[in-house]
Design a protein around this ligand. Structure first.
Ligand SMILES: Cc1cc2nc3c(=O)[nH]c(=O)nc-3n(C[C@H](O)[C@H](O)[C@H](O)COP(=O)(O)OP(=O)(O)OC[C@H]3O[C@@H](n4cnc5c(N)ncnc54)[C@H](O)[C@@H]3O)c2cc1C
Length: 298
């Protein structure tokens, strides 16, 4: 299907982008175009003006140090994979980007677009939730920082209002991370995606006398199973302060559904019940990968 005719303008900076957004009845920001353009072709979106922000300098770039990273909204998924600082200090971002779509989409799709689109099966929202990230928004009235759990409103919705521009995401540093995903057979999106971010504490003997680190400040978040990405509080509670042994990780994974909230998502390929049923397995694999426990990483 061909999209309806639409005007196009390239913004030079964020204030100009907001002015353009205010100039039309139904203007939309355009970043990588891999969410909006397919929606327009499918007739699901029909903006009258596209405001291209992909070249806005203030939305580009990354700042990384030992405390964490600030990632500009137009950073592409591919750029997350190609940054040694991110790999060292906020590994959940590259670990997740590696599983996101294919190379062609990773080269164009952006962090800001992925978060703003908030598709229930999108991978990056789970990563940002797991790591306790914050989304920065420049809006008509103010600039604000929104904690990730408050940013996503479910079913593809966010707290973004008319004229709001996501400028960056801030992600605190963590020592261990992984992303594991069961992909949808037709689309490659997550039927179940699980992000883990945590710190590792001092080592101590487990029952067998081996040195095993403790799990500190764990964040475990899921994509694809319900109408929104969410943290799995029961899994996190079972991990916090515990040694990362195979038995602890498996027992924590068994609690995956305990705090799962919201309606299950299913389709004729993969039912919601099946997604929920395989969730503990994907959680267990993600935990094993994050904490270097091959027995459960499989
Ligand atoms: C075939 C296919 C497979 C995909 N598979 C996956 C997958 O497995 N996992 C996954 O996570 N994603 C997947 N995606 C999504 C893709 O990775 C992009 O992240 C996503 O399309 C949005 O990013 P974008 O930069 O392309 O945004 P755009 O398409 O440009 O915009 C998407 C929406 O966000 C808004 N927007 C964009 N930038 C901003 C901003 N800075 N502030 C506020 N609003 C903004 C736009 O107005 C629009 O409503 C897939 C896409 C396709 C086409």
């Amino acid at each position: 299907m061909f999209p309806a005719e639409v005007d196009y303008v390239r913004a030079d900076d964020v204030p100009a982008a907001r002015e353009h957004l205010a100039s039309a009845d139904d203007a939309a920001l355009l970043a990588g175009g891999h969410g909006l353009l397919p929606a327009m072709k499918a007739g699901e979106a029909a903006p009258d003006l596209l405001v291209d922000v992909s070249d806005v300098d203030a939305l580009a770039g990354r700042a990384v140090d030992a405390d964490g990273a600030r990632v500009g909204a137009v950073t592409t998924h591919a750029e997350l994979l190609d940054d040694d600082g991110l790999a060292e200090h906020v590994p959940v971002l590259p670990a997740t980007a590696e599983h996101l779509a294919d190379r062609q989409i990773r080269n164009r799709g952006t962090v800001g677009g992925n978060l703003a689109e908030a598709a229930p099966a999108a991978d990056l929202p789970a990563a940002v939730l797991a790591a306790g990230g914050t989304v920065h928004v420049d809006g008509p009235d103010s600039e604000r920082a929104v904690a990730a759990p408050d940013f996503f409103a479910g079913d593809g919705d966010t707290v973004l209002g008319a004229g709001d521009v996501v400028t960056a995401v801030e992600v605190p540093a963590h020592g261990a991370a992984a992303y594991r995903k069961r992909t949808h057979p037709a689309s490659g999106w997550a039927t179940v995606g699980v992000a883990v971010a945590a710190d590792l504490g001092g080592e101590g003997d487990d029952a067998t006398g081996e040195d095993v680190p403790t799990v500190e400040d764990p964040g475990v978040a899921v994509a694809g199973v319900t109408d929104r990405q969410q943290r799995l509080g029961a899994v996190e509670a079972a991990l916090a302060g515990e040694r990362a042994t195979p038995a602890t990780l498996s027992a924590a994974a068994e609690r995956s559904s305990d705090s799962l909230d919201g309606p299950l998502r299913g389709d004729h390929h993969v039912s919601g019940e099946h997604r929920r049923d395989v969730l503990p397995t994907v959680v267990e694999r993600a935990l094993g990968a994050a904490f270097g426990v091959p027995e459960v990483a499989r």
